[in-house]
Design a protein around this ligand. Structure first.
Ligand code: SF4
Length: 369
């Protein structure tokens, strides 16, 4: 392991890492210019999302919203639609709120000040440090899951990395090893090493530019580092919804603004109550949320979506209305619409409902089209 009191050791570590990064970095779109707006969007999108998806969404986003001003003046609906599929929609709403604040306070620029960044919605200590170091080349260390894993192996840390004492230790390592002149490249190099070489499973130690500094490699403990945290079991959530339709139009409603998926659209539905069957729940939820009584419900499809802490199973039932009903009561929604099968694509949905929409559009419904 690098001795943090040994300057030569530290310099050797930084140099090897930087040389490797120069030759091996992926050509990610925000690396072309290091435009602070691009770096900010890439960092928010990159939270809990795989890189190939981030690149895909990032390119589309920048085309639609080329700068802070464009995000600030966009409709919430277009922001949510552009984000659809990335999940954790509060991130998208916070981007827009932060953009509006930047537009008002900083003339549409991203501030290069730590305190000012932390006052913006959705920007916490990690994102602030990422923007400052990557966009502005300021000496702020970064510590994400990739960096934690690399450090746990370099120092052969034999305790779970989420323990607070270990977090402090890794934080101190990150501070001590940071290259103060080139934080932009050093921070990315460390994260890139974790993403490409020092991967969670089967790290490519034979290609690692800093293998001579690695204690886990020396002690043959690489496959046991980092030590896993106590596994949290996923919480199971079972839901049911009704897909109402009449004359080729489908009923969707928009969730309340302060809900978990506020502003997104869905088919009326909710969680099963104790002892309830999916079909009963779909019928009950429809009546509670809209005031409508469905006739015969026909099973359509069950979809499953995994979130970090939850596994959601959603059962969808079709219900054909004979006559177009009155205005719904909307006890759990702020708006509603009757939409054609193709028009359903214009609305943003939580993952499960989006899967049902896709399945509906793939299904031949001679009686609906
Ligand atoms: S030698 Fe292997 S385990 Fe050690 S830092 Fe490099 S890739 Fe990771």
């Amino acid at each position: 392991m690098i001795d943090k009191n040994n300057e030569a050791d530290i310099t050797d570590f930084r140099r090897r890492l930087l040389v490797w990064f120069e030759a091996n970095q992926r050509p990610l779109p925000w690396r072309a210019t290091y435009n602070p707006y691009h770096v900010w969007i890439s960092e928010i999108m990159g939270q809990q999302t795989q890189m190939d998806r981030v690149v895909q969404y990032f390119n589309r986003w920048i085309e639609q919203f080329p700068n802070v001003a464009a995000v600030a003046r966009a409709s919430e609906q277009s922001i949510l639609k552009a984000w659809e599929g990335l999940g954790y929609y509060s991130r998208a709403r916070n981007i827009q709120r932060a953009a509006q604040q930047m537009q008002e306070q900083y003339g549409g620029h991203i501030p290069s000040d730590h305190k000012a960044l932390l006052e913006l919605p959705g920007i916490g200590p990690y994102t602030a440090a990422a923007i400052l170091s990557i966009a502005f080349n300021l000496p702020f260390p970064l510590k994400d899951a990739n960096v934690e894993r690399v450090f746990a192996r370099l120092a052969d840390i034999d305790r779970p990395i989420k323990q607070s004492a270990i977090q402090k230790r890794i934080g101190a390592m990150a501070e001590a090893l940071l290259e103060p002149e080139l934080p932009r490249f050093y921070n990315q190099a460390l994260m890139e090493l974790g993403a490409l070489i020092c991967t969670p499973k089967k790290p490519a130690c034979e290609l690692c530019p800093v293998h001579m500094h690695c204690q886990a490699l020396k002690k043959d403990t690489v496959e046991f580092r980092p030590l896993p945290n106590d596994k949290q079991k996923k919480i199971e959530i079972i839901m049911a919804c009704t897909i109402l339709h009449i004359d080729g139009l489908f009923f969707v409603q928009q969730r309340m603004a302060d809900d978990i998926w506020g502003g997104l659209w869905e088919f009326p539905g909710g969680r099963l109550e104790e002892g309830e069957q999916p079909l009963e729940a779909a019928r009950r939820e429809l009546a509670e949320e809209t005031g409508y009584q469905a006739g015969d419900l026909e099973f359509f499809k069950t979809v499953v979506h995994h979130y970090t802490r939850y596994r959601v199973t959603l059962h969808g039932f079709l219900a054909a209305m004979k006559t177009k009903p009155e205005k719904p009561i909307l006890s759990a929604a702020q708006d509603y619409a009757w939409v054609s099968l193709t028009g359903l694509s214009d609305y943003p949905y939580p993952a499960g409902h989006r899967m049902l929409v896709a399945a509906l559009q793939e299904t031949a419904f001679p009686e609906i089209r």
